[in-house]
Design a protein around this ligand. Sequence first.
Ligand code: 2AL
Length: 688
Amino acid sequence: MPHAVHLRAINPNTTESMTAAIGRAALAAASAGTTVTAVNPTMGPASIESHYDEALAVPGLLAEIARGEADGVDAYVLACFGDPGLDAAREVASGPVVGIAEAAMHTATLLGRHFSIVTTLPRTVGRAEELAERYGFRAACAGIHAVDIPVLELDLPGSDARRETAEACRRALDTDGSDVIVLGCAGMADFCTEVSAALGVPVVDGVAAATRLAESLVVLGLSTSRRSEYAPPPIKEYSGALAGFAPAAAPGPRRGDARPASSPYSVHHGGFGREYCVLDGGSREDRSVDTPRSPLDTSMWRVTGDPLVRGTGAGPLAGMTVAVKDLFEVAGQRVGAGVPAYLDEQTPAVASAPAVTALLDAGADVVGIAQTDEFAYSIAGRNAHYGAAPNAAVPGALPGGSSSGPAAAVALGEATIGLGTDTGGSVRVPASYQGIWGLRTTHGAVPVDGVLPLAPSYDTVGWLARDAETLAAVARVGLANAPQHAGDIRFALLDLRSVQLPHELERQFRRTVDAMIADGFEVTDAVDPGDLAEAAELYRVTQAREAWLSHGEWVRAHPGALGADIAARFEAAARITPEQAAEARDAVAVFRARLDERAEGRVLLLPAAASAPPRADAPTAEVEAIRAATMRLTCIAGLSGRPALSAPLLETAEDPVGLSLIGARNTDVALIELAASVAESLNGKDAA
Ligand code: 2AL
């Protein structure tokens, strides 16, 4: 069976919102069954409206072609009306490359005798004229006009750009005596229907035209000739900042041939440091090593950029950087979920998940996609394919997972904020192991759209930061659309008789609580949550059933793709029957109601993990035993849907353990503020 066509629309400028609009236009034009991915480079100009912009957009664009080759893309749409870098792209892409200006002009000549082009700024008219001449449409192109709106103002909220463009098109038809309109900017792609309706003549959007043309070429089995001009560029040395772009290997095979084992133009910018890393090129084996590797720690990061996605730069998180766990959709990037075989099958996301967008809109930049345990189904932070991220607090120890990469990036100062998920402890445990702050949010408070699920009844978005103030700022942004109530200020110890904690940890926990009481915090009688071994078992069964429903089919179809520990967990999950899960769910409801009643009006205190982090080389059985003990503590928030925090306030002999606070649902921000006041009080005493 022929494989589905994979088209990639490349917006050669770096503006994500424009890329998303281009992606939508291309998708609307493509046949059903064709995969469309839209990407933009992370380096280069924000818009292209001068020759200078155009020249400097080309390296980023060519890096995207290289990435597309590694991703097995069949054809490319070059979505800027200057058709920048089109010839160079043809030399290095194995499939056809179609520019939107050439596609639009060709299409227009099939629809009428003369067409008029309406572009953005007057200074872009010359380039369009040059292209019309080059493509042989000098006679057909009756005129080129500028609406005089900069590219990035075309889609500003409340902008009059659509109306002004329609008016400019009407004037063009009259002045030129033409019968077809060509829209002269990729940013006008979604004006097409409206302008066409207003004018009553065919209006050609190049993105749609190029999409359909590129798709047709693939279906016809046609691609760029390699006979002479478009043969691959000769191998030679490039120097300086462009060293990573040196043509380095034989061309990739034509479409229809087997996919190359390593992409000929998989560009690794070792010379740029982390400025622009094209590491999103597939599994490790797929990555070309023709040029020096970047000093990227792949146990912590899968992809980084400088930044990978730029935020608005304005807002409460301006100047902050985010490490995004590899479960969240990030526009232009694939979700890898810590599983290389899974990553290989993914296509880049057209848009970012709302939890990512919220941080970008508040001014933060995404600096990279950080590692996770496989499908987030662990709290250890040890990945069979990528290794264990470093633990900045305890060298040689496991970082904790599954949000291991974001936590390590934060602890090491490579990101301000870690964006993670916490299903059974995956934010709190790495925070506890690495001596940083981590919040699991109220279940359902932060949208999980665009986040790969593990167990939806328990999946939550969470954040990691080095201090309470940053965490609170992030939480205010991430929870802006969720109800937030004033929290309780009285504490209660959790009755931990059913949990065997190490004596040293128990003593330290007790000492910390005593210090809080001495500082005037009110700590009431212990709250008995019931037997926590039983609660953890209810959690295990219900989570496993949902994990199997989320990923069982994929796991079955890919034997050997997972590390032994996670594979064993999925095997156990496969054996849980729907009846067992239903029975456990009923018992979860009882647990939740009982805890709500007993904890009423109080914030629960407990250690965030049952021990300090295990050694990175600890035997699997030891790591599993530690996981089981910690799950007895972390499952409480999962089962009750409550927000839970890990604050770096306990310490065993030398290693960190988090102090966990579990609050009432929808009091997340208040919980951080309360913990901050505890930290201030306790740390003040330490200092004294
Ligand atoms: C464009 C375009 O399509 N994208 C961009 O950044 N500049 N073209 C134009 N005529 O302004």
